[in-house]
Design a protein around this ligand. Structure first.
Ligand code: NDP
Length: 282
């Protein structure tokens, strides 16, 4: 089974668009997401373009704020503070990575937690781990939505996550714990990665190394979620999983492109609507 993230994301986006129309009618304004990009990193530009397209599709308001590469940290913080103070802005997204002279953590912490649609602010991270209301990062939310599409009962399953980043590996581990999975997190210092991966009923790979997970590392029937996005020299996009050889073994697998990526963007739309609803209800 190939898990068609593109199609699932499209269905969800349609539902969200319907919700937005109702909410806009009821409250007299649209949800608003402002997206800030510093510099012209081609991959970041392309992600931002897709995010803006999705906001337009869902019927949001919002602004794309493009700042030059040389923008100082102080200036970026000023732009964020201004958006924090605007009553009609529900979400603020600063596209990462930022240029080297800007400290990412300082910038993340400058975004008002209630407008932190990426869910990276320490208040939201703490909320997630303490089971308190929080905005949860988009990629892990998208992965859970994809797993739900397989209709597999996750309880008691062994989930192996390869990668321990703050934006994917760690939060997906928490969400899978909440689904009663037994969770193993592997990383660059893990010994005998292949043996650990072979134990996985659910294998989630978020590393950023093209096709590093090969067929000999996957248990027959496992659900494989490939988060990686890697551009090859010939321009093609591939994941962290060697799709051609792993797909025949896996019980279900996400393709790259067209798997986790579109779901991440849809969950960003969902998070923005959640921020809007909370702000309207205050
Ligand atoms: P990071 O670079 O922050 O983290 C990579 C992780 O992989 C680290 O924990 C690292 O270990 C681990 N790692 C590196 N090499 C190995 C190895 N040989 N064996 C096992 N583990 C290894 O990446 P991100 O989490 O930000 O992103 C991962 C990938 O997912 C990238 O390709 C990125 O583009 C993609 N991505 C896709 C998204 C989507 O929407 N589809 C969203 C976000 C990311 P250590 O901690 O020890 O260094």
């Amino acid at each position: 089974m190939i898990i068609d993230g593109k199609q699932i994301a499209q269905q969800l986006k349609e539902e969200l668009r319907g919700q937005v129309a109702v909410l806009t009618g009821k409250y007299g304004r649209k949800p608003c997401l402002d997206v800030i990009i510093v510099g012209q990193n081609p991959a970041s530009m392309s992600y931002v373009k897709s995010k803006i397209k999705a906001t337009e599709y869902c019927g949001f308001d919002g602004e794309l704020i493009q700042l030059p590469e040389a923008t100082s940290q102080e200036e970026l913080l000023r732009v964020i503070a201004e958006r924090n103070g605007k009553d009609d802005v529900d979400g603020i997204l600063v596209q990462l990575p930022l240029p080297k002279h800007i400290d990412e953590q300082t910038v993340i912490e400058a975004i008002a937690p209630g407008k932190d649609v990426d869910g990276f602010h320490p208040s939201n991270v703490a909320g997630l781990w303490l089971n308190q209301p929080a905005i949860v990062p988009c990629t892990p939310l998208g992965i859970i939505a994809l797993l739900e599409q397989t209709h597999v009962d996750l309880g008691g399953r062994h989930a192996v996550i390869v990668g321990r980043s703050n934006i994917v590996g760690k939060p997906i581990a928490k969400l899978l714990l909440d689904k009663n999975c037994t969770v193993t997190i592997a990383h660059s210092r893990t010994k005998d990665l292949a043996a650990i991966c072979r134990k996985a009923d659910i294998l989630i790979v978020a590393v950023g190394r093209p096709r590093m997970i090969t067929a000999d590392m996957v248990k027959q029937g496992a659900i494989v979620i490939d988060v990686g996005i890697n551009r090859l020299e010939d321009g093609r996009l591939v994941g962290d999983v060697d799709f051609e050889t792993v797909a025949p073994i896996a019980g279900a697998i996400t393709p790259v492109p067209g798997g986790v990526g579109p779901m991440t963007i849809t969950m960003l739309m969902r998070n923005t609507i959640e921020c809007y609803k909370k702000r309207i209800n205050k």
